[in-house]
Design a protein around this ligand. Structure first.
Ligand code: MV4
Length: 448
């Protein structure tokens, strides 16, 4: 096992990783930017090293500075958290070439799943259902029109190097497809330095269901069941839950087994998420693979009792997973609400500044993952998430009641947060009925 790890991230996930390391008896080095210099979580690490100014390129995305910090502190591994460098295969390659283990997947697997066209190819080989569309890249208009006529409108144009909803556009007819292909290619070239795009049938009113997986270097790959992440706004998730309401047991089983087949086919190890779109008839289709630990991982931890960060560290050190698939039970119901420093009344504009009052909820079944507190200053330079409120109760109904109670206890001032919108979502009759899809927030909540 490692004796010292560097954490190349900030905020709640940096704190989450520090906590896991403490329980494993591993020393921690946390890096920080000048914008984070006063954050209290830094004092919980064994060492904290300033790596630069507030802009991410100067600090949390600056590979030479992070590697230097790792070398001077003599760590054996780097945990990238999520965002920043977590899915940059180049960073993983640099770490390992410096003889520092990257706590994440092998580079080849990151590359394979990071290219959506290649990932779909892998999926077809592993008999994982994919959305009908172009089998590979679409190069020109003529080819795009042929495919669209075969699969039927509406179609969605996606960038091979995209992900998380970036670089997508929907076309409803030949005219918008012709224009869309050109624009999508230009946008993809600009954003990702790769103009490759592909086509899929556009599936309306799907649920976004993702499967948590983890694999070790001995070839054991397991799933930790699914999370329903349909409650999103502009590709920003607001609420995540497990189990997904309205997934039939046989669909759930097939979905989770498909995810495991895919990661095995990719030669993947460490933690990852396989995203699917599930239509109203319970057909499911692979969307993409996220080669990192995700924000919403606690939902899976609560229903399975497995500490995903500890398992990530174990498998990165070359140890086998500490459990087998048959040991992974999905018990009770977990819900997570992301608490963002945003003003719902001002179109979710970020709300940086100092938190003066902070009264956090607690009680049976309540978990709060946050680095914030009264007196904490939210820097304007990073994303607006200041914490995650997670509940775990025997049933979905009880989980909703506990979440509403916990949210109503949560007092943060004068910073505006997403707490009011969460209370509104949890009181919505369609949410309560489990009748959710990826258009829910925009259609149902924003209309009000
Ligand atoms: C789709 C889709 C409909 N049909 N693909 C958005 C994120 C990226 N992972 C893929 N996404 C979508 N792909 C087909 N063929 C709809 C979405 C989508 C979506 C997916 C999950 C959660 C929220 C979403 C919001 C808008 C669109």
């Amino acid at each position: 096992m490692f004796s010292k790890i560097l954490i190349a991230n900030r905020g709640e996930i940096a704190l989450r990783i520090i906590r896991a390391c403490k329980e494993l008896g591993i020393q921690t080095v946390v890096v920080y930017s000048t914008a984070d210099k006063d954050a209290a979580y830094l004092t919980l690490a064994d060492q904290a090293i300033c790596i630069g100014e507030a802009p991410p390129a100067e600090s949390y995305l600056n590979i030479p500075r992070i590697i230097s910090a790792a070398e001077v502190t003599d760590v054996q591994a780097i945990h990238p958290g999520y965002g920043f460098l977590a899915e940059k295969d180049h960073f993983a390659e640099v770490c390992r070439s410096c003889n520092i283990e990257f706590i994440g997947p092998p580079v080849a697997a990151m590359k394979a799943v990071g290219d959506k066209v290649e990932c779909k190819r892998l999926a077809r080989r592993a008999k994982v259902p994919t959305v009908p569309g172009s089998e590979g890249a679409v190069d020109d208009e003529k080819q795009a029109l042929e495919i669209a006529h075969k699969i039927g409108y509406p179609v969605i144009i996606k960038a091979a190097a995209g992900g998380g909803g970036r670089g997508m556009r929907v076309a409803h007819n030949d005219v918008s497809l012709r224009a869309g292909i050109k624009q999508a290619q230009a946008e993809a070239e600009n954003a990702f330095k790769d103009s490759t795009v592909y086509l899929e049938k556009y599936i309306e009113f799907g649920r976004h269901i993702e499967v948590q997986i983890i694999a070790d270097q001995q070839g054991n790959a397991v799933h930790l069941w699914e999370r329903d992440c349909s409650m999103q706004r502009r590709h920003q998730k607001l609420v995540e839950e497990s189990p997904s309401p309205g997934l039939k047991p046989e669909t759930r089983q097939k979905l989770c087994e498909s995810a495991v087949r895919l990661v095995k086919a990719a030669g993947y190890y460490n933690a990852g998420t396989v995203e699917f779109l599930v239509d109203k008839d319970q057909n499911f289709f692979l969307l993409e693979v996220n080669a990192r630990i995700q924000v919403e991982h606690p939902v899976s931890e609560m229903v399975t009792g497995i500490d995903l960060i500890k398992e990530q560290i174990r498998v990165a050190a070359g140890l086998p997973l500490s459990f087998k698939q048959k040991d992974v039970q999905q018990t009770g119901h977990a819900i997570e609400c992301r608490i963002n420093a945003e003003d719902p009344a001002r179109n979710f504009a970020p709300c940086p500044g100092t938190i003066l009052e902070w009264r956090a909820p607690g009680g049976l079944g309540v978990r709060l993952d946050t680095h914030a507190y009264a007196g904490y200053r939210i820097p304007p330079n990073y994303d607006s998430m200041i914490g995650k409120l997670i509940v775990h109760r025997p049933t979905r109904e009880q989980a909703i009641a506990t979440m509403k109670r916990a949210l109503s206890e949560f007092h943060i001032s004068p910073i505006k947060t997403t707490i009011p919108i969460h209370l509104q979502i949890l009181s919505n009759e369609r949410f309560i009925a489990g009748d959710v899809d990826t258009g829910f927030i925009e259609r149902v909540m924003m209309a009000k």
